[in-house]
Design a protein around this ligand. Structure first.
Ligand code: ADP
Ligand code: MG
Length: 697
């Protein structure tokens, strides 16, 4: 069907002029194969014939000018500071370019009379236009007369890395294109190109690197973003349909025994959102296909009860239920709260399976294997080879982005096809959910339980901490409890940050000596942790000084105050998750974000957002926007596809279109056998099929 290789897949080091050494630096920019180099797009273009006049420059606008160097002046100040002023002329007016940091090598490239391109944001200096730290390129420098680029009026400006100069990059791209353009395959079928008015792949690539018509570049690039999103969605669509058609799941029956008993034992009614989500889950679990569902809801929206409801549905049908968490603390927390919720159903046996060897583990495992235990909670200890289950019917995976796809696959392959539910501790922005979890059905609890009092959020500078303590003292005196969160466990020589151990000492002896406080962090022994948590839960401890271990799961409604030290150092979702520990009861709660100067512009923006809103979905969107998709989950295993061209924040519309198209195609032609999808089929089964298999569990 296909040739077994394509030269575009050759390693980049084999391209003439690259070699082992340069290849290493190209790899750093994710250029591994020749095809990657062809997809290394310019981030800007230099128009040598640019007609932009210095006279017409607009203040604050990003602008480029081609001109001639007319003066170079280096000024030295005291204490080793210096300034470089280079003036360029367009024949009529002058533009001052200024640098405050520069090396000798940088200075040396300027020569009076040379033609230069400069690009930057226009500012003003005593009435004349100025660019501060502009990007520059000396034109006709180094280029030999034979170079392809010598005669070009438009030059691409590529993203670079150390040891690769702009000239080298241009030469390499040209060489790759020159040698291999015949090998560039089309990846989108005719009917899609037509529908979206996209250029064929080869032509689009050629124009992006070598076109003179800069106005068409944006629409050309769109094709590549679309293509990435489309294949991502094609894979997710196939995975989803696979589950629905191939994988027979258990067909449970809503027996209304344990489930109803749980419902009746709650001291409150379920919210409409919880009811709606439970209906979605029940309808999935009572059907014959395997459930594959993501459960989302803001902090405190009541996901635990919904999850437990699903667990009990499997259990009342005679099956076991599993809950897997990324950390032991979280497992312990779930264990505690589920135990409490099942206090009046002692016939349901729950266990916590921990990692490592400990007394009683062997017996626990035997009981699990014999089916004497109904609910098993734990970390990846649950998927060790030596753990055998009797009959797992339902698996919940908490914060599943912290697990690798392989781990998830392993968990369900061990068993038949239990119903799966993924829990997310904080909301995931829609565009991200669609690209990472686009093969799952999604349930959202979009409502908080009633009579939750709002949380008053305040951002204070560290110098004013005493005022915060005064407020907090008042709360403590009224019998409320307090969390104080620090970024470090113990004092560090490397960074000057407040650590939990020293702060705990001060809280205990100086700040609030009349109240009982405790220290909690990840290095404290489990038995001790349990005791502390229990004492905090029933009010024996008033102040808990901790690290971010309390970020997830802890639920103490009487704790109404949180102080977050060095709030400037935490990400938005983390701050939101932390803040979610308060405001869980019916009393008004307070969250103090303590910032330690200097606070960067981004940190300032984060803190303003935190003070402004308590809506987890809004905060998540903002977090994605500020940090980008790669960082959002804060872990390498997130399963986040590495898009080269698409940006899911910017390309949300494109994503929607790609998703609809991909799902329609798979709906109609699951195996891509229709002749009109030949191009898709070739490309998909060559490149994406391997990845799809990871989802096939
Ligand atoms: P999260 O979604 O953050 O996991 P939890 O499931 O831990 O939230 O629930 C947070 C708190 O709200 C718990 O104390 C829980 O008992 C309580 N809760 C859950 N559902 C309701 C409800 N419908 N009405 C009142 N309180 C509820
Ligand atoms: Mg929870």
């Amino acid at each position: 069907m296909n040739r077994s290789y394509n030269p575009l897949d050759f390693e980049i080091k084999f391209l003439k002029g690259v070699g082992e050494h340069r290849a290493k630096f190209l790899n750093k920019m994710h250029i591994y194969k020749i095809r990657d180099l062809l997809e290394h797009f310019p981030r800007d273009y230099i128009n040598r014939k640019s007609k932009t006049k210095i006279r017409n420059l607009e203040l604050e606008e990003r602008s480029s000018i081609v001109g001639e160097i007319v003066s170079i002046e280096k000024r030295n100040y005291g204490n080793k500071k210096s300034q470089l002023n280079v003036t360029i002329s367009d024949g009529k007016d002058c533009l001052l370019c200024t640098w405050f940091r520069f090396g000798n090598w940088f200075l040396k490239q300027f020569e009076i009379g040379k033609k230069i391109w400069v690009s930057g944001i226009v500012s003003e200096f005593s009435g004349s236009p100025q660019l501060i730290h502009p990007e520059i390129e000396i034109l006709e420098d180094e280029e030999s007369k034979e170079s392809f680029w010598h005669s070009r009026s438009v030059l691409p400006v590529y993203p670079l890395t150390e040891r690769i100069t702009m000239n080298t990059m241009r030469k390499l791209v040209y060489k790759a294109f020159d040698l291999y353009h015949d090998e560039i395959e089309e990846t989108l079928p005719e009917y899609i190109l037509k529908k979206y008015k996209f250029e064929p792949r080869k032509k689009a690539l050629q124009k992006i690197h070598f076109s003179k018509n800069l106005y068409e570049i944006e629409s050309l690039k769109k094709r590549f973003a679309f293509e990435e999103l489309f294949y991502n969605q094609l894979m997710l669509a196939r995975s989803k349909y696979n589950h629905k058609r191939k994988l027979k799941g258990y067909q449970f029956e809503l027996k209304k025994t344990f489930t109803t008993k749980l419902k009746n034992s709650l001291p409150f009614g379920l919210t409409d959102a919880q009811k709606k989500v439970i209906r979605e889950i029940v309808s999935d679990m009572t059907s014959s296909h395997q459930m594959n569902r993501l459960l989302q809801g803001d902090v405190g929206s009541g996901k635990t009860i919904v999850t437990l409801f699903a667990m009990l549905l499997a259990i009342e049908n005679g099956y076991q239920s599993i809950l897997m968490t990324p950390t032991e603390i979280l497992a312990e927390q779930h264990f505690r709260s589920i135990k409490k919720l099942l206090e009046n159903q002692p016939e349901i046996k729950i266990t916590l399976l921990k990692g490592g060897n400990y007394k009683g583990k062997k017996e626990t495992k035997e009981k699990i294997a014999k089916g004497e235990i109904n609910i098993i909670i734990g970390t990846h200890a649950l998927i060790q080879k030596d753990v055998e289950y009797y009959n797992v019917g339902f698996v919940a995976i908490d914060e599943q982005h912290r697990f690798g796809v392989e781990q998830r696959a392993f968990l369900s392959r061990k068993n038949k096809h239990p119903d799966l539910m993924y829990l997310s501790a904080t909301p995931i922005p829609r565009s991200l959910a669609l690209t990472v979890y686009g093969d799952l059905d999604i349930s959202i609890i979009d409502e908080l339980p009633p009579n939750r009092k709002s949380i008053k959020s305040l951002w204070w500078n560290s110098q004013k901490i005493d005022l915060v303590y005064e407020d907090v003292l008042e709360q403590l005196s009224q019998g409320r409890q307090v969390y104080i969160v620090c970024p470090l466990i113990e004092e560090s020589e490397k960074v000057d940050l407040i650590d939990a151990e020293s702060l705990y000492e001060r809280v205990r002896t100086k700040i609030f000596p009349e109240f009982k406080s405790a220290l909690l962090h990840g290095r404290i022994k489990t038995s001790e942790k349990d005791a502390i948590m229990e004492d905090f839960q029933n009010g024996k401890i008033s102040i808990l000084v901790s690290t971010t271990v309390i970020e997830v799961g802890i639920d103490v409604p009487n704790a109404t105050v949180m102080i977050i030290e060095h709030a400037e150092r935490f990400g938005l979702c983390q701050l939101h998750q932390l803040r979610g520990r308060v405001g869980r009861g019916t009393d008004k709660s307070y969250c103090y974000f303590i910032g330690y100067p200097p606070i960067s512009k981004e940190a300032r923006e984060r803190l303003s957002i935190m003070v402004e809103t308590n809506d987890g979905f809004k905060i998540a969107e903002k977090d994605l926007e500020l940090r980008g998709p790669g960082e959002f989950f804060g872990t390498e295993q997130s399963g986040m596809p590495n898009f080269r061209h698409a940006n899911i924040v910017r390309d949300q519309d494109l994503l929607k279109q790609a998703r609809v198209l991909a799902f329609d195609i798979i709906d109609e032609d699951f195996n891509l056998e229709n002749p009109k999808n030949k191009v898709l089929s070739q490309n998909y089964f060559n490149i994406y099929y391997e990845k799809e298999k990871l989802f096939d569990f």
